[in-house]
Design a protein around this ligand. Structure first.
Ligand SMILES: Cc1cc2nc3c(=O)[nH]c(=O)nc-3n(C[C@H](O)[C@H](O)[C@H](O)COP(=O)(O)O)c2cc1C
Length: 176
């Protein structure tokens, strides 16, 4: 059983890694990471997701086209997380669809899992979906929600300072 101190340590150790050493990540490790996405919770257990794991050079080019930054070229692999609103649960009161939330939970599992394996990851949201959908043959109803870069950190000891709001700015006891 993992205890709070280890869990909190993991939460603090995870950071957005944007410097990789250009080494490939084994498919075994990638599958171990993806198992943590598969086990994520989702509203009504709908699991409205699919994950494209990209580790081949020609498909990596598609990712570069959709998020054109030098630093991602050294990542070993990418996960493109797709969600389908038609498969996700919607709240009866107001129709709010939970697809984004479900995908986010699975993606966070991926990011945390990489940190336990000595890998780095960065959640990427600022990508162009047009080249991604076309280059990866993603059907209309599947929406790319996130790209996660995964790789070996160039500096395995990198631990950037966490810039976060103070706890009393974000947590209130009781009423707003
Ligand atoms: C929904 C979402 C979208 C993000 N999009 C990007 C992005 O497009 N590019 C990037 O470099 N980082 C992106 N990030 C990473 C954030 O910038 C990062 O999590 C935040 O600055 C906190 O830093 P930390 O992850 O190192 O703790 C994204 C994170 C989230 C959760």
């Amino acid at each position: 059983m993992i205890e709070y101190p280890q869990f909190f340590d993991l939460i603090c150790r995870r950071y957005s890694c944007r410097r990789y050493d250009n080494a490939s990540v084994s498919r075994e490790m990638l599958m171990a990471i993806m198992e943590t996405a598969r086990y994520a919770q989702s509203a009504c257990n709908k699991q409205p997701w699919k994950f494209l794991v990209i580790d081949e050079p020609e498909l990596k080019e598609v990712v570069y086209k959709s998020y054109d930054r030098d630093w991602i070229r050294d990542a070993g692999a990418f996960v493109v997380a797709l969600g389908n609103k038609n498969e996700a649960w919607s709240r009866g009161y107001d129709g709010r669809n939970s697809m984004d939330i479900d995908i986010a939970i699975a993606c966070e599992n991926i990011c945390l899992a990489t940190a336990t394996l000595g890998l780095g990851a960065c959640w990427i949201g600022n990508f162009d979906i047009v080249p991604l959908k076309e280059g990866l043959s993603i059907p209309e109803e599947w929406e790319p929600v996130a790209i996660i870069s995964i790789g070996y950190p160039k500096d395995p000891h990198e631990q950037p300072e966490k810039k976060r709001k103070n706890i009393d700015e974000v947590v209130k006891w009781g009423k707003f």
